[in-house]
Write a protein that binds this ligand. Structure first.
Ligand SMILES: *[C@@H]1O[C@H](CO)[C@@H](O)[C@H](O)[C@H]1NC(C)=O
Ligand SMILES: *[C@@H]1O[C@H](CO)[C@@H](O)[C@H](O)[C@H]1NC(C)=O
Ligand SMILES: *[C@@H]1O[C@H](CO)[C@@H](O)[C@H](O)[C@H]1NC(C)=O
Length: 275
């Protein structure tokens, strides 16, 4: 019953697209020829198992965003984000459609921080997610591996030899090896920047996008000092909780798009790397 209904909906939509050009005009072309010749699988066998992918286009596009599930970790909780979706309207209860409500801490899973996260006067002045520079969040990026036996100190930063001019760096650490983002309990022993490492980055590199593979760029012991160093000048954007498994280190194009949350100091973000 459910199956038949779903297929019917899909077919109706396709039918609407198919007749639209005929119904509206005879002279103007609604889309280039060749664009709509194939109306998909309508009427044929429909596979109702969704395809979920980490990699697209034969290994060219990598999704470096973690899925949000009830087990997705969030700072300071041992329970994960929990049941963050609920149905406010449900077809099973007689509604015409499903309509979900999302209740989510903005620093959950793969997310971005705005300057208002650790500076109250920036928060009050409106330096929120909507004020972040999309140019910084999108462009050429370097994926680097950091030594697995240390937090990111000035000495470690120096040893990475990141050339001047590199503006976006994703740091892969022991966190990825330990699969910390797959564990719902927040783990304070994660690797992150120590204050001197953050300061070294600010003073000696052109990096404006700092990405890391756990919920905070700052090591737990230097949680606030490192965040302060990064966000003080409101030039550096911090993307946290990235999924950097099974990707060669090197140069990519990164695309990260946060939600346009006015007044929020954090947001879930979707990030991809393109070879
Ligand atoms: C509606 O959404 C719920 C929860 O995501 C899902 O279990 C259900 O199959 C959906 N469809 C209908 C017709 O209820
Ligand atoms: C459907 O309605 C019942 C009774 O009000 C409620 O207990 C149940 O949670 C609802 N289910 C959904 C999916 O909304
Ligand atoms: C990094 O620092 C945390 C404390 O913030 C510590 O628990 C952890 O062991 C350190 N990791 C390494 C690899 O030194």
């Amino acid at each position: 019953m459910m199956f038949v209904f779903t297929v019917f909906l899909v077919c109706t939509e396709l039918l609407a697209i198919a007749i639209f050009p005929l119904a509206t005009s005879s002279s103007d072309v609604a889309y280039p020829s060749g664009y709509g010749d194939d109306f998909g699988t309508c009427g044929k066998d429909v596979d109702l198992v969704p395809l979920r992918r980490e990699v697209y286009d034969n290994g060219r596009i990598f999704d470096i965003t973690h899925k949000l599930t009830p087990e997705t970790p969030v700072g300071d909780s041992s329970e994960g984000i929990g049941q963050f979706l609920s149905l406010s309207l449900s077809m099973k209860n007689g509604s015409l459609y499903n309509f979900s409500l999302m209740t989510l801490l903005v620093h959950s899973g793969t997310h971005v921080d705005a300057p208002g996260h650790v500076f109250d006067h920036y928060f009050d002045a409106g330096f929120d997610i909507d004020s972040l520079d999309l140019e910084v969040l999108n462009g050429v990026a370097l994926l680097v591996d950091v030594p697995r036996d240390k937090n990111i100190t000035a000495e470690v930063m120096k040893s990475l030899n990141i050339p001047k001019g590199v503006r976006r760096v994703l740091f892969r650490t022991l966190n990825t090896d330990r699969r910390l983002m797959w564990k719902k309990e927040f783990d304070t022993s994660y690797v992150g920047f120590m204050k001197d490492g953050a300061q070294w980055l600010v003073d000696n590199t052109d990096i404006k996008l700092v990405g890391i593979d756990y919920l905070s760029v700052a090591a737990f012991d230097d949680l606030l000092p490192s965040h302060h160093v990064f966000l003080k000048d409101r030039e550096i954007i911090l993307v946290e909780g990235l999924k950097l498994d099974d990707i060669y280190s090197g140069i990519y194009t990164v695309h990260c798009l946060p939600l346009r949350l006015l007044g929020a100091e954090g947001s879930p973000i979707r990030c991809i790397l393109i070879k």
